[in-house]
Design a protein around this ligand. Structure first.
Ligand code: LMR
Length: 329
């Protein structure tokens, strides 16, 4: 059951298949877990303001950042029940809905963002989106964050062997992310995003893996000593809606929102690349972290060291999807 607010403030429940009438104001809650000054946070705001303008206020998209409404592990249920209308979780968090999503978590699955975009805007993205059909979800767009880096407060990490004995927070719902640490004798600790800062501060984990914009905007660098620019994994988002809800909206409104989403997606991808670069520069200019940048040769050695994961997950993820992904490399 989904809630649409009437002009005038009273709430009306819209059930599957029921249409929104022409005079209703449509309020869409967009919930996400990261800070406002991140690529996802800014793109959500941009989408909200463009949609408001283009529908002349008929649609109001309310953005709730920083897990203020729902945290990891709660968002999906909230989308299903109609408590929120748009979420944009990292694709890693969809692994329990369909194991194929984990293909994107395989270390060095992508060497650069062009490869990512070719895959996500092609058959890989389509197949993954289709997997959500049976759950009643629909993917409106794929947004980037970027490549993940490793931080910790024990030692500099230059080879995968240096991971041994350390514990790292990983995103929830992705066995691939867990195994990537187990492989080298490190301990993965799945944890919702909004618990990570305290988790590090309280020594529940030695480190974590994340994109520069996330670790900068959440201040992880303040409680970590070392960072390795490893670019070992990609993190991106599936912008998702409840399918029954989406099709309950008037067609012209949907069209405006879909076109705006496509436009904002192009903007978001450029912004994500720019923000990761800008924040990295700021981290380099500050002396909070000792930064180790892997050379191309070192990255090749890391990639080779992680290769066994491809065989171990071929069954779960499906060889077809892994092969499709590798076509883009
Ligand atoms: C994380 O949990 O580290 C990320 O998924 C947060 C996000 O949405 O970027």
């Amino acid at each position: 059951q989904l809630i649409v607010l009437l002009t005038g403030g009273c709430a009306k429940r819209v059930t599957d298949g029921e249409q929104v009438s022409p005079d209703q104001k449509i309020v869409i809650k967009f919930s996400h877990v990261v800070a406002e000054n991140t690529p996802k946070g800014l793109a959500a705001e941009r989408f909200a303001s463009l949609v408001q303008q283009r529908t002349r206020g008929r649609v109001e998209v309310q953005v709730f950042p920083n897990s203020t409404l729902y945290a990891d592990g709660e968002e999906m249920q909230a989308l299903q029940s109609g408590a929120v209308q748009i979420i944009a979780p990292a694709t890693s968090k969809l692994g329990d809905l369909y194991p194929g999503w984990q293909a994107l978590d395989l270390p060095y699955a992508f060497k650069n963002l062009d490869e990512v975009h070719r895959a996500m805007d092609g058959p890989v993205g389509q197949k993954l989106a289709k997997s959500l059909d049976s759950k009643g979800f629909m993917v409106l767009a794929y947004w980037d964050n970027g490549f993940k880096q490793l931080t910790n407060n024990v030692r500099p990490i230059t080879s995968p062997g240096d991971l041994k004995g350390l514990s790292f927070r990983v995103m929830i719902n992705s066995p691939v992310l867990r195994e990537q640490f187990n492989l080298f004798g490190a301990t993965p600790v799945p944890m919702p995003f909004n618990d990570v800062y305290q988790g590090i501060e309280r020594n529940l984990v030695h480190g974590q893996e994340n994109t520069i914009s996330n670790l900068y905007t959440k201040g992880f660098y303040r409680v970590q000593s070392y960072m390795t620019i490893s670019d070992h994994g990609y993190m991106g988002y599936a912008v998702m809606v409840n399918k029954a809800y989406w099709y309950s909206l008037p067609e012209d409104i949907r069209r405006v929102m879909e076109e705006t989403m496509a436009e904002v997606t192009r903007w978001e991808r450029a912004k994500a690349a720019e923000m990761n670069e800008t924040y990295l520069k700021q981290l380099k200019d500050s002396d909070n972290l000792t930064i180790t940048e892997l050379t191309p040769e070192q990255k090749e050695a890391w990639e080779a060291a992680f290769k066994p994961l491809y065989a171990s997950f071929a069954g779960d993820i499906g060889l077809e999807l892994i092969n499709e992904l590798q076509k883009h490399n």
